[in-house]
Design a protein around this ligand. Structure first.
Ligand SMILES: [Zn+2]
Length: 280
């Protein structure tokens, strides 16, 4: 990790966390403890500054820098599968600020907003392995080896989505002013986003095996990307759905609580907003 004896003596892991991926998909694999858990260190003063930047965690570079600093056993944070991302950020938050996580939730009976203290340990202890099979076989005999999305993929998608939102907004304004040129721009952006979606799925395909027995599997990215553009929607959806399932974090966020307003017990799903995580 580091050759500096001062740093080595100072930096100790604050906690260990089990990952939904169990370290699969990483390249290179992260160093895990004998129990298969990842060491997580508290944020430094510099890291805290990163998290205080508005929307910092929606910015991929900030996320990468944070993981680099707090999870040094992950060599290449850009390639972290997204199913581990929320857990890793939750663990970093906990390593730095303690167990208690305050969230606003709505009572299912009277809709009053309650502030609830969620125990981060409970959340992290509920992490279960993502067990979706990464091999799928299409009806026509093509077999694929898949991976989840990475942090890098997620960042690129978010940048595109922001771009799309901006264009939609401009389109609405342009329409109010009776302009036609925006239509064209919107169409172009829409095609770009469709292409990117296909590209991201293509990056999650490690290999395609042809139906013919004994033929060499296809691993060339460009071949896979071009193939993905011509396959049927049904085949494409099947592949994409599995990539999304492989990208799920499997975190059970259901909690029971008593409403402070109406006094009734209710069960709710706690939405973990990554940007709000580090606000406190
Ligand atoms: Zn209530």
């Amino acid at each position: 990790m580091t050759a500096n004896p001062l740093i080595a003596a100072y930096k100790k892991p604050a906690l260990y966390v089990a990952l939904p991926s169990k370290g699969k998909w990483y390249d290179p694999k992260p160093k895990l403890s004998v129990d298969g858990e990842l060491a997580v260190y508290a944020m430094s003063a510099r890291d805290e500054l990163i998290t205080k930047t508005p929307d910092a965690l929606f910015n991929g570079e900030a996320t990468v820098a944070l993981i680099q600093s707090c999870c040094p056993d992950i060599e290449n944070p850009r390639q972290v599968p997204v199913n581990d991302l929320l857990i890793i950020l939750l663990a970093i938050r906990q390593a730095s600020y303690g167990n208690e996580l305050s969230v606003d939730i709505k009572c299912t009976h009277c809709e009053a907003i309650n502030q609830m203290a969620v125990d981060g340990n409970v959340l992290l202890s509920r992490v279960t392995e993502n067990t979706y099979d990464n091999l799928i076989k299409l009806e026509n005999g093509f077999a694929l080896e898949l991976t989840p999305y990475t942090i890098e993929d997620r960042t690129r998608l978010q940048i595109q989505q922001v771009k799309q939102q901006a264009i939609v907004q401009q389109l609405v304004q342009a329409e109010e002013q009776g302009e036609e040129k925006m239509q064209e721009q919107f169409g172009k952006t829409f095609v770009e986003i469709a292409e990117l979606t296909v590209e991201l799925v293509a990056r999650c395909i490690r290999s395609v095996h042809l139906p013919e027995k004994g033929s060499e599997p296809i691993t060339e990215y460009q071949d896979i990307f071009d193939w993905l553009k011509i396959i049927t929607k049904k085949d494409y959806d099947e592949i994409r759905n599995r990539v999304e399932q492989l990208s799920e974090n499997n975190l059970d966020t259901n909690f029971e609580s008593k409403c402070l307003e109406c006094g009734k017990d209710y069960k709710t799903n706690v939405e973990l907003d990554i940007a709000g995580f580090f606000a406190g």
